[in-house]
Design a protein around this ligand. Structure first.
Ligand SMILES: CC1(C)C(=O)N([C@H]2C=Cc3c(O)cccc32)c2nc(Nc3ccccc3)ncc21
Length: 327
C-alpha cells in the first residue's frame, strides 16, 4: 500500500501491470498481468533463480528454449523473456478458464462430442510437438488449460525434452496416474510413446471424469498400471472404448501412434477440423501498434516510423517494409 495515498501500489513488470496470482510453485509464481497500453492479458511466470540449483536452472532454461520454438494454436505461446541477475520473467499467453482438471471437477465428465473436439485439439498440438522433435512427457488434465473460447492450451513443458528417433530417454517423468508402464519399470523409452499412453489416460478422464488407474499408494497404482486393466463405465461408447484400449497398451511398440489415433473412427476426422495454421506469432503487446498507442508513443518521444519498421521486419512482412520505404 502506498502510505501517502493509501492506494494499492501497482506492481509492474516491463510494460505489464500485475493484477493477481494464478499459481504458485516452489521457486516460481505465476501472475495475471495486463499490458499498460494495449490492455491485453498475459500470464507471467516469475522465477527466483537464486533459489534454484544447477539442475533446476538448466530445466527452466530448457523449458524456455523449447517454448520459444513452439508455435501452435493449442500450445500456450511464449511472448517474451526478461531476465535480471536473480529473476526470470516469462511472459506467456493467458488461458483464462484454467485447467481442464478443474473444469471436469466442477462440471463433471464431458459428453463424447465435447471430449472429441477437445481431444482433437490436444492430438493436433502433441502431433505438432513430436514433429518438432519435442516430447511433452507430463501430459495430464492439470496441464491442459482452456482459454475463454474453451480452446485447449497445452502448458508446462517443464518435463519436456527433445528426442531423436532411436535415441532413448530414461528420466522418470510426469505424474504417476498418467505414467506409462515402461516408465514405472524404469525402462528406456522414446518420448512419443509415453505421451500416447498419457493421452489415453487423458481421454479416459475427459469422458469418465475419473482416472483409469488409481491407488492409495504408489505401489498399488504401479500394480494397476502394469496389469493394464481398467474399468469401462456403462456410458462409454464402444468406439471410445476401442480407441482408449489401443492407446493404453502395455507394449510400447504395439501402442497406437498419433497418426493411427487421428484415423480412428471415434475421432471421425475431427482432427482435420482443428485450426492448425499457427496464428500470427506476434503477441498482443507487439501487434500492429494502433493509433492510440502511436499517439502515446509519440508523446513520450518514441520514433514511430522506426517502431513500425522494427515491427514489420520482425514479421518479415517485406511488402509492408517496401511500402513503408516508398513513403
Ligand atoms: C504461464 C502459464 C503457462 C503457466 O505457467 N500457468 C500456470 C499457472 C497456474 C497453472 C495451473 O494450475 C496449471 C498449469 C499451468 C499453470 C498458466 N496458467 C494459465 N491460466 C490459468 C488460469 C486459471 C487457473 C490456472 C491457470 N495461463 C497460462 C499459464
Amino acid at each position: 500500500m502506498d502510505p501517502a495515498t493509501g492506494q494499492k501500489k501497482q506492481v509492474r513488470v516491463g510494460f505489464y501491470d500485475i493484477e493477481g496470482t494464478i499459481g504458485k510453485g516452489n521457486f516460481a509464481v505465476v501472475k495475471l498481468a495486463r499490458h499498460r497500453i494495449v490492455k491485453s492479458e498475459v500470464a507471467i511466470k516469475i522465477i527466483d533463480k537464486s533459489q534454484l540449483d544447477e539442475t533446476n536452472l538448466e530445466k527452466v532454461y530448457r523449458e524456455v528454449d523449447i517454448m520459444k520454438q513452439l508455435h501452435h494454436p493449442h500450445i500456450v505461446k511464449l511472448y517474451q523473456v526478461m531476465e535480471t541477475k536473480n529473476m526470470l520473467y516469462i511472459v506467456s499467453e493467458y488461458a483464462s478458464r484454467g485447467e481442464i482438471f478443474d473444469y471436469i471437477a466442477r462440471y463433471g465428465r464431458m459428453s463424447e462430442p465435447c471430449a472429441r473436439t477437445t481431444f482433437a485439439q490436444i492430438i493436433s498440438a502433441v502431433e505438432y510437438c513430436h514433429s518438432t522433435g519435442v516430447a511433452h512427457r507430463d501430459l495430464k488434465a492439470e496441464n491442459l488449460l482452456l482459454d475463454a473460447q474453451m480452446n485447449v492450451k497445452i502448458a508446462d513443458f517443464g518435463f519436456s525434452n527433445r528426442f531423436a528417433p532411436g535415441e532413448r530417454l530414461s528420466t522418470w517423468c510426469g505424474s504417476p496416474p498418467y505414467a506409462a508402464p515402461e516408465v514405472f519399470k524404469g525402462k528406456h523409452y522414446s518420448g512419443p510413446e509415453i505421451d500416447v499412453w498419457s493421452l489415453g489416460v487423458v481421454l479416459y478422464v475427459l469422458v469418465c471424469g475419473a482416472l483409469p488407474f488409481d491407488g492409495s499408494t504408489l505401489q498399488s497404482l504401479r500394480d494397476r498400471v502394469l496389469s493394464g486393466k481398467f474399468r469401462i463405465p456403462y456410458f462409454m461408447s464402444t468406439d471410445c472404448e476401442s480407441l482408449i484400449r489401443k492407446m493404453l497398451v502395455l507394449e510400447p511398440c504395439k501402442r497406437y501412434t498419433i497418426p493411427q489415433i487421428k484415423r480412428h473412427r471415434w475421432l471421425g476426422g475431427a482432427c482435420d477440423q482443428v485450426r492448425t495454421s499457427p496464428p500470427s506469432a506476434v503477441p498482443p503487446a507487439l501487434q500492429e501498434p494502433n493509433e492510440q498507442v502511436l499517439r502515446v508513443m509519440q508523446s513520450i518521444g518514441i520514433d514511430v516510423a522506426r517502431t513500425r519498421e522494427v515491427y514489420y521486419r520482425r514479421l518479415g512482412a517485406e511488402q509492408q517494409l517496401r511500402s513503408l520505404r516508398r513513403h
